[in-house]
Design a protein around this ligand. Structure first.
Ligand SMILES: C[S@@+](CC[C@H](N)C(=O)[O-])C[C@H]1O[C@@H](n2cnc3c(N)ncnc32)[C@H](O)[C@@H]1O
Length: 225
């Protein structure tokens, strides 16, 4: 598919406080194409809700989104005052284009978009500024890629020992596990129950996307021995 043949549809997401005193609406252009990275995944809405609820922690922090695709969590973080860098595979220029497009639609001209392929120690990875938070929505979806994702995360947290990966994943198989890989790459994780950030709902941010999917949230950090 070339760029000119893409059909775009814009979706809006509205994040609100419990009392409705503050809200944020962002628009995400989606491409009508079944490939990964072309539209918002249920995990992205849940992770964006976490970002929205944690927004006071993100002011002026540097946030890197991995496998961003159409970039809902990164766009929400940027709108909440974080310095955001969006990334997707260096080998998927159309996904990188989606990152640019989401920034454009949300008036975020200064958000850099970089090609960052999991598991590769590339110049783009080496040249990253200090990172505080890494976002990863549905990046643990192909078991063959799990280790590559964690290699990239491990590289970043070795350089930035306080950095955290905030990630959501969808339970697609009963034997889903990253425990051995976390141990191998000196990482540890905690699960964050959805009810602690008001995300235990089928409807979120005005979207029905979470639906009945089983989405989980976890925070991965460096394991210090
Ligand atoms: C399931 S989609 C999730 C997209 C987006 N984060 C969301 O939740 O809406 C996985 C994303 O990972 C990206 N991706 C796949 N393989 C990758 C790799 N080896 N390195 C970096 N990104 C990759 C895809 O282009 C896609 O954007």
């Amino acid at each position: 598919m070339n760029e000119s043949s893409q059909t775009l549809v814009e979706k809006s997401f509205t994040f609100e406080d419990c009392g409705g005193s503050q809200s944020l609406t962002v628009s995400i252009p989606e491409v009508l194409d079944p490939q990964y990275g072309m539209y918002v995944w249920p995990c992205a809405v849940v992770l964006s809700q976490y970002v929205w609820m944690a927004r006071s922690e993100l002011q002026h922090k540097t946030v890197l989104e991995l496998g961003a695709g159409v970039s809902l969590p990164g766009v929400v973080a940027a709108k909440c005052g974080a310095r955001v860098i969006l990334s997707d595979s260096a080998e998927l220029p159309l996904c990188l284009r989606n990152c640019w497009r989401s920034c454009d639609v949300n008036h975020l001209p200064n958000v850099p978009v970089i090609g960052l392929t999991w598991g590769q120690v590339s110049p783009e990875l080496l040249l990253l500024p200090p990172v505080d938070v890494i976002l990863g929505s549905d990046v643990f979806y192909e078991p063959e890629d799990f280790e590559d994702v964690l290699v990239t995360v491990s590289f970043i947290v070795r350089r930035n020992p306080h950095a955290q990966l905030w990630t959501t994943y969808q339970e697609r198989s009963a034997d889903w596990s990253i425990d051995a890989l976390l141990h191998k790459w000196d990482l540890k994780c905690i699960n964050v129950p959805l009810e602690t950030f008001d995300a235990n709902k089928n409807h979120l941010a005005g979207s029905t996307l979470p639906g009945n999917h089983t989405v989980q949230m976890m925070i991965i950090t460096r394991q210090v021995f």
